[in-house]
Ligand binder design. Sequence first.
Ligand SMILES: C[S@@+](CC[C@H](N)C(=O)[O-])C[C@H]1O[C@@H](n2cnc3c(N)ncnc32)[C@H](O)[C@@H]1O
Length: 296
Amino acid sequence: MNFNAIKETEAAPGATGESAYEEKVLSEFEFRLIRDYIHDYCGIFFEDAKIQTLAMRLSSRMTVLDIGSFSEYYNYLKFHPRGGDETAELIPRLTNNETYFFREINQISLLVARLKEKIKNEGIVNFKILSCGCSSGEEAYTLAIMLEEAKIYDRCKIDITGVDIDGKILRKANSAEFTAYSLRSTSRETADRYFLRDGEKYLLDERIRKRVRFMHGNMVDQHLFRMFKDVDAILCRNVFIYFSDSAICRTVESFYDALADDGCLLLGHSESLARITDIFITERHKNTMIYVKSGT
Ligand SMILES: C[S@@+](CC[C@H](N)C(=O)[O-])C[C@H]1O[C@@H](n2cnc3c(N)ncnc32)[C@H](O)[C@@H]1O
């Protein structure tokens, strides 16, 4: 398909065609096309009311590519040989990377207690944990700090993997350099023990940094989970708030298959599987809850 030809001849539905700027009006038809494309690709769903938000976020990419209409941009994403690269470039502009150390900590404390219990009762010495939608790594590193504090590393090997669709944020995760904003729920003692201050930066202790690895991946892609079997815990917190119910359902099925029979799933406080799927059992605890594959 010749995209230059499209650019010259195809006016965007709803566009005035007067100038490149005027053409960047996102019609409802184009909105639905692009919204569905994004949704199929990564699960993120833009409600109808978000049409302006989406238009704004796409516009900067269209300017870079010198694309004048949203229809043309859609065709580029879908059919151009470089459409896959462009999709990878676009998706991080649509995601929210908000995260911080020791966020929703009761749940992580519960996970640490579960692991301790397993070591005590079953003598288990190898654990696999995934942080899906890990952003810049604070969640995965918080877990590594808490396992260190609980002295679990002395007794076992724990494989913590952070997965995110946003390659740029993963570079930040790997660098393990943070600002005070990321440490806003971290106690002074913990900060002193695990971070080195360098001007405005907080550098995570190398011991903790080495305990987490990061991987670029799309959790909606079922192939991703083929490499994960018998996982003990999956943390997928504050990601599903941006997904449609159907994408949550699909993703949670992959989680189910990747988890060990006694594995558990941790979602964010405002996220729930109620009315979406009943494959997991809800386990309620004081101040928090988790999902398990089978009840005890
Ligand atoms: C708000 S952050 C949550 C960070 C962390 N889990 C927490 O609770 O603090 C959401 C992250 O999910 C990632 N994400 C969104 N869709 C994804 C997908 N389909 N596959 C992998 N990561 C995704 C985003 O790039 C973003 O970094």
